[in-house]
Write a protein that binds this ligand. Structure first.
Ligand SMILES: Cc1ncc(C[n+]2csc(CCOP(=O)(O)OP(=O)(O)O)c2C)c(N)n1
Length: 336
């Protein structure tokens, strides 16, 4: 039966609200990453950090669809966006980067080890490929408990050449565990492109070789990512079987804070290549789509940007005014 005008307009409202939230999340991630770069260079953040600029659709298109708490998320050291998408407050993420007691890991994890179990976020991992064997355990636990939950495990293209990753894939495929693998194919592992490191660049074939159904998807388009993730999550929740999505995207900035392409000494890619990928920017693309559908005006987009800047500023104020961890808490959480 054809939908009534009222039904169509209420569906439109839901779409508008949902997409506005996802747009806001992507803008928050972008502004957050730009700000931490600046704060690192002001020596307010120590250690190291990896930014997610250009890859925002990979978290905004997937994590908001999860049932949190209940489902679980694992990811790599490039983890600020994942924490923000899980609902960890920007203040708790910023405080963690600044090593403050109010940080989501008590100020002792830093950029690569954000964690927020109450929101299902089991953390970032400094070991390339490290989250994948962990997903085997999480997937096994979900199956053992008999719930319909899912573990979403993010990792990079460089990790696809790690032995432990394939051992874990094999067992997840064999035991049919409810894990959604998200390959963040940003084209590089540090300065090494996929074409220079990988004999078989069709990563979906590699997942299928382990009995895991897979698809390659455009990671620069939020709507495409969202649809693919919805399909994959439905499949996992109904069959209990794993699924693999290769999301093609591009890392706009250097690998980490020490690989600064603004200085012009990156030798592994050209400025033209970066500029070409930026023409497909996921935030601009979503904004254009929303404007074309009448969901967003340029003034509303500007307002969202202002609100997000204020939110990030408030996160800095919160972090900078928070205490450092107490000395006598040094050995807390070493053993559990
Ligand atoms: C087991 C291990 N080997 C090497 C490193 C050093 N390392 C850190 S990041 C990185 C590149 C990983 O690239 P990729 O998996 O594509 O993820 P991306 O950084 O592009 O998100 C390497 C080699 C490490 N952290 N762990």
């Amino acid at each position: 039966m054809a939908k009534t005008v009222a039904e169509r307009s209420s569906e439109d409202d839901i779409q508008r609200q949902e997409l506005t939230e996802l747009y806001r999340l992507m803008v928050l991630i972008r502004r957050f990453e730009e700000t931490v770069y600046q704060k690192f260079h002001e020596a307010k953040i120590g250690g190291y950090l990896h930014r997610y600029d250009g890859q925002e659709a990979l978290v905004a298109g997937i994590i908001p669809q999860l049932q949190l708490p209940g489902d679980y998320i694992l990811c790599t050291y490039r983890d600020h966006a994942h924490a923000l998408a899980c609902g960890t407050s920007p203040g708790a993420v910023m405080a963690e980067l600044m090593g403050r007691a109010t940080g989501c890991a008590g100020g002792k994890g830093g950029s690569m080890h954000l964690i927020d179990p109450e929101n299902g976020f089991l953390g970032g991992d400094g070991i390339v490929g490290g989250p994948v064997p962990v997903s085997l355990g999480v997937g096994y636990a979900i199956k053992y408990r008999g719930t319909k939950n899912v573990c979403v495990c993010y990792f990079g293209d460089g990790a696809m050449n790690q032995g432990g990753v394939h051992e874990a894939f094999n067992m997840v495929g064999l035991y049919k565990l409810p894990v959604l693998y998200i390959l963040e194919n940003n084209q590089f592992a540090m300065g090494t492109s996929v074409s220079r490191s990988t004999a078989q660049p069709d990563f979906v074939k590699k997942a299928e070789a382990h009995g895991i159904r897979g698809e390659r998807v455009d990671g620069m388009d939020l709507l495409v990512v969202r649809e693919a993730a919805s399909r994959a999550l439905d499949h996992i929740r109904t069959t209990g079987e794993p699924y693999f999505l290769e999301l093609n995207c591009y890392r706009y900035v250097g690998h980490g804070i020490g690989d600064d392409n603004t200085k012009g000494w990156q030798t592994y890619r050209t400025e033209d290549e970066v500029a070409e990928w930026k023409l497909r920017d996921p935030i601009a693309k979503l904004r254009d789509t929303m404007e074309a559908r009448g969901y967003l005006t340029p003034e509303q987009a500007e307002k969202i940007d202002e609100e997000v800047r204020e939110e990030v500023h408030a996160a800095i104020v919160f972090a900078e005014s928070s205490p450092e961890p107490a000395l006598d808490s040094l050995y807390d959480h070493v053993y559990s």
